[in-house]
Design a protein around this ligand. Structure first.
Ligand code: ZN
Length: 345
C-alpha cells in the first residue's frame, strides 16, 4: 500500500470529530426512537462524512473515523464481549472526566464470539473511498483498563492477555479482508510505565500482533478522553524497551508538548518509522501551515524523511469538527511546504 505514497505521507491517528447531527441522532436512538436500520444508516452517513473531510483535506492515509465506536450507547468494544457485567460510573455529575465512564467486571472468561466489529467497519469504508486506509484498534492493555478482574483473572495484565487473544483473531480477520495497515492504540502504556512494566507491554503487544501479516503501527499517547490526559507527559520510561515491539511504526504525540522529547528518537536509534504528532488536537488554536512546517523540520532533525509520517497528536473525537477540518488542512499544507523544500516539487 505504501508504493504510491509521497515522501512524508500524512495520516491520522484514528477517531474523527462528530457532525452535530450525530449527537442528536444518538440521543434520539437512546430514547428508543431509532430501529437497527436507522442506526446503521446513521453510522454509514457518519463514516461517509469522516472519509470526505479527510479526503477533502488531502490526507494520504485515512481511517473510517471510528464513527461506529460511539461510547456507551453501542458499548464500544465491550458490547461485543461476553463474560462481563457493567458497573455504573462512580461519579455521575459535575465536570466531565474519565471517572464518569462505566466499567466492567469479568464474571466468566471474556470472549468475543462474533469478533469486535472491525472487519465490518473496514468493509464499508473500503467501498466509500479510494484513499489508502489504516485500521486502528485499541490495544489489549488499554481495553483491559476498564475491566475488573473479578474472580476470573489475577490482575489487569491477566485480563489484557485474554483480550490479546481476541484482538489477534480480529487482526488476522482484517488481513484476510484485505487490510494492509493496522494500528494498535495503547495510551495506557505511558500511564502505567513503572519499572518492569514496559518489558511486559512489549510481550503483550507482540502476542496481540503475532502472525498478523500487515504493516503494524503502535500509537502511544497520554490520554485524550474529553481532551484530558491521564499521565505524566513523558515517553522516557518506555524507552528503549518499547523499540522491541513488533511494530513497523510508532505514532507519538509531540505538538501538545511543544515538541518535547523528540530527542528520544535520536538517543535511541531505531529502524522503525516515526509517525509524529505535529497538530495539537487539544488546542483550539488552529495551526498555520507554517507552524506545522516548523514542527516537521524539527522532526527531521531526529529522523530521516523516508521514515517519517505526519499526523495529528491523537484522534479528533474530542475536537469540534470545524477545528478538526481546519487542522487537517494545516497538516496537509504544512507538509507540502516541507516536501517542496526536500524534493523541489
Ligand atoms: Zn491518542
Amino acid at each position: 500500500m505504501t508504493s504510491n505514497l509521497p515522501l512524508l505521507p500524512t495520516s491520522v491517528i484514528g477517531s474523527y470529530a462528530w457532525p452535530a447531527w450525530l449527537h442528536t441522532a444518538l440521543a434520539a436512538a437512546q430514547r428508543g426512537e431509532y430501529g437497527p436500520d436507522d442506526m446503521l444508516e446513521t453510522q454509514n452517513d457518519a463514516v461517509d462524512l469522516a472519509l470526505r473531510d479527510q479526503d477533502d483535506a488531502g490526507v494520504d492515509i485515512i481511517t473510517d473515523g471510528e464513527m461506529r465506536r460511539v461510547g456507551f450507547f453501542t458499548a464500544e468494544f465491550y458490547g461485543h464481549m461476553t463474560g462481563l457485567i457493567e458497573l455504573p460510573p462512580r461519579r455521575k455529575v459535575g465536570v466531565v472526566g474519565h471517572d464518569q465512564r462505566e466499567g466492567y467486571e469479568a464474571t466468566a472468561p471474556v470472549e468475543a464470539p462474533a469478533g469486535l466489529g472491525l472487519v465490518q467497519e473496514f468493509e464499508y469504508a473500503r467501498t466509500r473511498t479510494a484513499t489508502p486506509l489504516k485500521v486502528p484498534c485499541p490495544g489489549p492493555f488499554t481495553l483491559a483498563g476498564r475491566i475488573r478482574p473479578g474472580s476470573i483473572y489475577k490482575d489487569r495484565i491477566d485480563v489484557a492477555y485474554a483480550l490479546a487473544a481476541i484482538i489477534n483473531r480480529e487482526l488476522k480477520a482484517l488481513v484476510q479482508a484485505g487490510v494492509t495497515f493496522i494500528q494498535l492504540d495503547e495510551p495506557s502504556y505511558a500511564v502505567h510505565s513503572r519499572a518492569g512494566a514496559p518489558e511486559e507491554f512489549v510481550k503483550l503487544f507482540n502476542t496481540a500482533v503475532d502472525g498478523v501479516n500487515a504493516k503494524i503501527g503502535l500509537h502511544l499517547c497520554f490520554g485524550n478522553f474529553v481532551g484530558r490526559p491521564v499521565a505524566k507527559r513523558t515517553y522516557r520510561p518506555l524507552f528503549p524497551y518499547i523499540l522491541d515491539v513488533r511494530a513497523d511504526q510508532l505514532a507519538l504525540e509531540f505538538a501538545n508538548r511543544e515538541m518535547a522529547e523528540l530527542d528520544l528518537w535520536r538517543e535511541f536509534a531505531s529502524e522503525k518509522e516515526l509517525a509524529a504528532g505535529v497538530v495539537d488536537v487539544k488546542n483550539y488554536y488552529v495551526e498555520t501551515p507554517a507552524d506545522v512546517a516548523e514542527r516537521i523540520r524539527r522532526v527531521l532533525e531526529v529522523a530521516p524523511a523516508e521514515k517519517v509520517t505526519l499526523t495529528p497528536d491523537c484522534g479528533f473525537s474530542q475536537t469540534a469538527r470545524w477545528a478538526s477540518r481546519a487542522k487537517l488542512k494545516a497538516l496537509v499544507d504544512g507538509t507540502k511546504i516541507v516536501r517542496a523544500e526536500l524534493t523541489g516539487t
